[in-house]
Design a protein around this ligand. Structure first.
Ligand code: AKG
Length: 292
């Protein structure tokens, strides 16, 4: 149960770390599963096997560490792993998202692993999530982010700009900042003036270290990104992107669009089995699969 202070903090800043969410047993199982899938690689799945929706190097180098700094992205790991399917229903995550959004009915838009390998891990440029998800509106989802290694400045933890979720859609500006990749330069966002009426108006990026086992939440309009990982440690993490019952299908494109089973304008709540409902009336739903 979040405190009123935590909910206020999330509303003010657009992000919140609530501390420990997963125990050692859960962490061990999830880490084993993540490593199993990472070891398979993007081409290691048989056609008949359950597999994620996407498995790719965001840097486009296909693991060519000499020329490009890889960030391995896996979308909908939950479709390839029962352990990660159960994670989406985790009562600590679901109850927190219920409190942070104020909605009783919640479902998953998709999940997303980002793995930055040791010494060579690439950057995830500054962005807002919601404008990159044009298939759904309004731009109000909230994500739970969970690392499987302590995420610190040295291995590419996320950075966020407090209050930026109240500055509207600024993706065009953020896309001009893609040159910011390395840790020392990552904070140098320049050439933007926050709206005069905003609650927080200082453009001050802050590092958001998150320990293995903790969960960190962010609003889908919060400015965020993560610099390169030049440390000797991996940085493995998953984000679960949750939608509320106000989410509607817009008809616009996204890799998840192919799975949406409703018509333009209809609620995503009926979008089909690729978008599991995890909370009804404020109560977390039991995962459909038994613990292995
Ligand atoms: O894992 C990261 O560094 C970035 C993740 C991200 O952009 C997100 O969860 O929205």
């Amino acid at each position: 149960m979040l405190t009123a202070g935590q909910i206020q903090e999330f509303d003010r800043d657009g992000y919140l770390n609530i501390g420990e969410a997963l125990n050692e047993e859960e962490l061990a199982e999830l880490t084993r599963e993540l490593d199993r899938v990472l070891d398979k690689g993007p081409h290691g799945f048989a056609e008949s096997e359950p597999q994620p929706v996407l498995f790719r190097d965001l840097a486009g180098g296909g693991g060519d560490y000499q020329t490009k700094k890889p960030v391995w992205q896996i979308v909908n790991l939950w479709e390839a792993s029962k352990s990660f399917e159960r994670l989406m229903y985790h009562p600590v995550l679901v109850r927190a998202i219920h409190q942070l959004t104020g909605f009783g009915d919640l479902q998953v838009w998709h999940d997303q692993v980002q793995y930055k390998p040791p010494l060579q891990g690439g950057a995830t440029g500054w962005h807002q999530d919601a404008p990159l998800w044009p298939s759904i509106e309004p731009m109000t989802p909230v994500s739970a982010w969970l690392p499987f290694d302590d995420a610190e400045e040295s291995n590419g933890c996320m950075w966020m700009v407090p209050g930026s979720h109240k500055w509207g859609c600024q993706i065009e500006y953020l896309m001009t900042q893609g040159h910011l990749q390395k840790l020392p330069e990552f904070t140098r966002l320049e050439g933007f003036t926050p709206p005069a009426e905003a609650e927080l108006r200082d453009l001050v990026p802050v590092a958001r270290p998150v320990k293995r086992g903790e969960v960190h939440f962010h609003h889908s309009l919060t400015w965020h990104g993560s610099p390169q990982n030049f440390s000797e440690r991996p940085r493995r993490a998953i984000a679960i992107h949750y939608m509320t019952s106000e989410a509607r299908y817009t008809g616009r494109a996204h890799p998840m669009q192919q799975f949406i089973e409703v018509q333009t304008g209809e609620p995503m709540l009926k979008a089909g089995p690729h978008f599991p409902v995890v909370c009804r009336g404020g109560e977390p739903i039991c995962p459909p699969t038994a613990i292995r």
